[in-house]
Design a protein around this ligand. Structure first.
Ligand SMILES: Nc1ncnc2c1ncn2[C@@H]1O[C@H](COP(=O)(O)OP(=O)(O)O)[C@@H](O)[C@H]1O
Ligand SMILES: [Mg+2]
Length: 207
């Protein structure tokens, strides 16, 4: 299963989620962000004495295509797409089995989601497929219970589906990442891990 974390906007938690998901699911990451965020996090990990993760950083569209032409379909992978629109990012969205789009639940998010929905619409039209992105509310207040603003908005977008799981703003997510660790590698269970596990279960149910 190819799981792509995609949004044409940066700062929504793509890399953070890709990192924790890849460790909890024990799958490699393809890092398409030119900022190489996860490559650096993995270097921190190795400096801390942990074994490095499998992080593939293709240098070109050709290299990316070569990688996925030979991809063993039974092998899971997570693609962290850069927060911008490009042919390479569109290619990743098209060939993935599950598209996860993190979004914060704020009215200011609407413009960004409109833009990304246009991207989804264009890829669907040019490839004659009905692509759906699964919107994952991320970085929400742990006390938030009412997501009706986002529910109402996302229901209007045919290429979006709102996920049931929600990921809260939790220090554990960035603290562990700053040490090159995954949330699933802490010695005891946390609320953050519980939320991540819900996301993983939901992803497995999508495809
Ligand atoms: N659930 C969360 N809890 C706490 N911090 C988060 C959460 N999601 C994202 N962040 C923080 O928000 C910032 C942007 O996240 P990042 O993964 O780099 O976004 P993107 O890859 O979409 O640009 C980072 O500082 C990250 O630590
Ligand atoms: Mg990123």
């Amino acid at each position: 299963m190819i799981i792509t974390i995609a949004h044409s906007k940066g700062g929504v938690g793509k890399s953070l989620l890709a990192w924790h998901l890849s460790i909890a699911m024990n799958v490699p990451i393809v890092d398409l962000d030119f900022q190489r965020t996860l490559v650096y996090v993995d270097q921190l990990r190795q400096l801390g004495g942990l074994p490095g993760r499998e992080i593939i950083h293709p240098q070109s569209t050709e290299e990316f295509m070569e990688l996925f032409n030979a991809w063993d379909e039974s092998r899971d992978v997570i693609i962290d797409v850069g927060g911008f629109d490009s042919d390479l990012n569109r290619m990743a969205i098209f060939l993935s089995d599950v598209i996860i789009t993190p979004a914060v639940d704020r009215a200011t998010e609407i413009a960004g989601l409109h833009k990304f929905h246009d991207v989804m619409k264009e890829i669907s039209a040019s490839t004659e497929t009905e692509l759906k992105a699964n919107i994952l509310l991320n970085d929400v207040s742990p006390a938030a219970r009412d997501f009706s603003l986002m529910e109402g908005m996302i229901a209007q977008f045919p290429h979006f589906e709102l996920m049931k799981s929600v990921v809260s703003h939790r220090a554990d997510f960035y603290k562990t990442m700053n040490e090159g660790k995954g949330i699933s590698e802490l010695p005891s269970s946390t609320k953050a891990l519980e939320e991540l596990q819900n996301v993983i279960n939901e992803i497995r149910g999508i495809k």
